[in-house]
Ligand binder design. Structure first.
Ligand code: F6P
Length: 564
């Protein structure tokens, strides 16, 4: 497999001009939705709309779809050449057009020796990926075995990952999800926010002698990360000085306590981190797609290389499913197209992701960057303006907590909010309350919620329970609120890798239909640029304050008057 081409110039397809889009619009207007009726009429509906992808069982039957809807959606996928774009991504073509880059996060999880070998733009991708992984695992083993110590000879007990966005959310989410696998006596912590509270609170109870810092930044220019890295370096050296560390040993202390992960290894060295202690990756890995690169060093270290390998194998299993399964059985394709149906035809503006797993509590936050930084765009990849909605707002909380907070709106609000429910058959911690298996109580809630959202409760059913008058309407549930249920045997590293890759590919599918480049993020630049320019005004330069708009100037003055 060799590719150096950039055949992605030319104009993007406007999906609204396709025959399938027109047919979907007509189909939407003709269709009388009733999940109650659809389930009554078709006892095979659950089976008809359930699919398997690696270890994931995915039930799409409680969505507002018929067999015809799915057929038309797949027609649309074919008309926008989803299969061609998918092949282009896996082959390393420069589908990230605005940055003229390949998009190859899938290469990060190809097993060693995969055939045919992947060479892109003259780079032997497989060889480089596995050479880096070996270095990461070697480093991880040294920390885990105690061979790698701090400057005073003490074993490392805490690994602090400093990074933000893709250099934080993935590692932090996975660490929370797989925490039970952490080596005894070794924990991970994460600093991301430039609010100094984050660096302060995260390090406050740590021992500098036993703390190792990973500075993770693709570009190594991100203001938050570099500032936090300097703060923590000061904290660490200050703490060691207090314990009598000789000034001559400070460089050695940085060498023993700081490693880096970046694509910009020259900048790592400028910061003072030994290039020997730096792990690289490549510009064909987007930040939000990078947790399976060396950005996962914190995970390989604390959870172990075996867990990390299993995670990568899970990603790869989903990649293979996405790459090879026919469209009608291809779960990322079906879920991506379903999202297009919900956004562009049913009018959904947001999408809830509700893991019924406390360990997955950061999964919705992780997905926010993945989906919204990827598909929150208003122009197609050829620069033309879109005339339809693109990326929906992703949000969520673990069940059952969400049930007691925002589920009211899901059940009876005026908006259509498609929701993905995620659950695992085997509990991480099987606990009983007397005779009651608590995991069963938990899952009963999962099943009940998807059932209530789908089938609701009619006015007759409410009256039959003895309710009368105005209260009937208040206690009625319309139903027909779409959900997808995703289940797996257990939350393992492999299953988690599968889940993440599933959402990566769903995001890709939506981006292809909308004709947008899901792999750049120019929308984050303006704020960064303005923040730098505001520094003199914030520091009190009256001329600079006066040059600002009246609102910004007043806010800065408020800050300067009230700062304690
Ligand atoms: O500002 C957005 C962003 O560029 C994300 O895309 C990225 O994941 C994050 O900042 C962090 O960037 P870096 O890894 O280069 O520090």
């Amino acid at each position: 497999m060799t590719s150096t081409t950039n055949d992605t110039t030319g104009s993007a397809i406007d999906p609204t001009t396709t025959t399938a889009w027109e047919a979907l619009e007509a189909h939407y207007l003709e269709q009388t939705t009733s999940l109650r009726e659809w389930f009554e009429q078709d006892p095979q509906r659950a089976e008809r709309f359930s699919r398997t992808a690696a270890d994931l069982h995915v039930d799409l039957s409680k969505n507002l779809i018929t067999a015809e809807t799915m057929e038309l959606l797949l027609d649309l996928a074919r008309e926008v050449d989803l299969e061609g774009r998918r092949a282009a991504m896996f082959a390393g073509e420069h589908i990230n057009t605005t940055e003229d880059r390949a998009v190859l996060h899938t290469a990060l999880r190809r097993p060693e020796g995969a055939e045919p070998a992947l060479e892109v733009d003259g780079q032997d991708v497989d060889a480089d990926v596995h050479a880096t992984l070996r270095r990461v695992y070697d480093f991880a083993d040294k920390v885990r075995s105690g061979e790698w110590t701090g400057v005073t000879g003490k074993r490392i007990e805490t690994v602090v990952n400093i990074g933000i966005g893709g250099s934080d959310l993935g590692p932090a989410m996975i660490y929370e999800a797989l925490k039970p696998l952490a080596q005894e006596g070794l924990e991970a912590r994460f600093i991301s926010n430039i609010d100094p509270t984050d660096a302060y609170a995260t390090t406050a109870d740590l021992d500098p002698e036993t703390t190792l810092v990973i500075v993770a930044s693709k570009t190594f220019t991100t203001l938050e990360t570099i500032t936090n890295a300097r703060l923590v370096r000061e904290w660490l050296l200050g703490g060691l000085r207090d314990r009598g560390l000789d000034q001559d040993l400070e460089a050695e202390a940085v060498r023993r306590h700081f490693v880096a992960v970046s694509t910009a290894l020259d900048k790592v060295e400028e910061f003072g981190i030994d290039p020997e202690n730096a792990f690289g990756f490549w510009n064909w890995v987007g930040g939000r797609y990078s947790v399976d690169s060396a950005i996962g060093t914190v995970l390989a270290t604390v959870l172990g290389p075996d867990a990390f390998e299993e995670l990568l194998a899970g990603f790869h299993a989903m990649d293979e499913h996405f790459r090879t399964a026919p469209l009608e059985d291809n779960v990322p394709v079906l879920m991506g197209m379903l999202n297009v149906w919900n956004v562009n035809f049913q009018g959904a503006e947001t999408h809830a992701v509700l893991p019924y797993s406390q360990y997955l509590h950061r999964f919705p936050a992780y997905l926010q960057q993945l989906t919204m930084e990827s598909n929150g765009k208003s122009v197609r990849w050829d620069g033309s303006l879109v005339s339809y909605d693109t990326g929906e707002v992703f949000w969520g909380e673990p069940g059952t907590n969400g049930q007691h907070a925002f589920f009211q709106l899901l059940h009876q609000g005026t908006r259509l909010i498609p929701a993905d429910f995620i659950a695992f058959a085997t509990p991480n911690h099987p606990l009983t309350d007397g005779e009651q298996d608590v995991h069963e109580l938990f899952l009963a809630n999962f099943f009940a919620q998807t059932k209530a959202l789908a089938f609701g409760k009619t006015a007759e059913e409410v009256r039959a329970e003895g309710t009368e008058g105005a209260l009937v309407a208040a206690r009625e549930f319309s139903g027909d609120r779409p959900t997808t249920s995703i289940m797996a045997p257990k939350l393992t590293p492999s299953v988690l890798g599968q889940l993440i890759a599933l959402y990566e590919h769903i995001t890709f599918v939506q981006g292809v239909v909308w004709g947008i480049n899901s792999f750049d993020q120019w929308g984050v630049e303006l704020g960064k640029q303005l923040a730098k320019g505001l520094a003199p005004a914030v520091a009190g330069d009256e001329q600079a304050i006066a040059a600002e708009d009246s609102s910004t100037a007043a806010l800065i003055r408020y800050y300067r008057e009230h700062r304690g």
